[in-house]
Design a protein around this ligand. Structure first.
Ligand SMILES: [Zn+2]
Length: 142
């Protein structure tokens, strides 16, 4: 089990990530409200706006997905389960959690999953949402 200072540190990292994600979600919402008011401009503008809008919405979906992962980790933290691997029940190293705050698997299970995914997926394809991680939030990719 993690020590209290370790838990506090992880909680701070997760809560910072949560605030940032919530803020991005809010700006996507504002964008969609502005979009409503802009209807009626000429068609070239509209198709460009349409494109921007769908990009913004895709980003928003990703933030929502990450927010869900952060919330799940905060719940795991409260239950003293944050350092327990979801797959095998082994301990997840504190250093790993600090580098990848939304991880729910120990390094062994994660590596095994990645090997299985690599066997299924075509080489050269991206890692998808799981690979997105919290990289842009200052933590390493999951
Ligand atoms: Zn494991």
């Amino acid at each position: 089990m993690l020590s209290n200072p370790e838990k506090e540190q992880l909680k701070a990292v997760l809560e910072t990530a949560r605030r940032r994600l919530a803020k991005v979600g809010q700006s996507a919402l504002n964008y969609s409200m502005n979009h409503e008011r802009n209807i009626g401009r000429d068609s070239i503008d509209e198709s460009m706006e349409e494109e921007l809008f769908s990009t913004e919405m895709r980003l928003h979906d990703r933030e929502k997905y990450l927010l869900g992962k952060v919330d799940k980790q905060l719940a795991r933290l409260r239950d003293d389960l944050i350092d327990v691997c979801e797959s095998c029940g082994e301990k997840i190293a504190f250093k790993r959690l600090l580098a990848r705050p939304v991880t729910t698997q120990c390094i062994d299970c994660k590596e095994q999953n990645e090997r299985e995914e690599a066997a299924i997926e075509q080489p050269g394809q991206g890692a998808g949402l799981e690979g997105g991680g919290l990289g842009e939030l200052g933590a390493a990719d999951e």
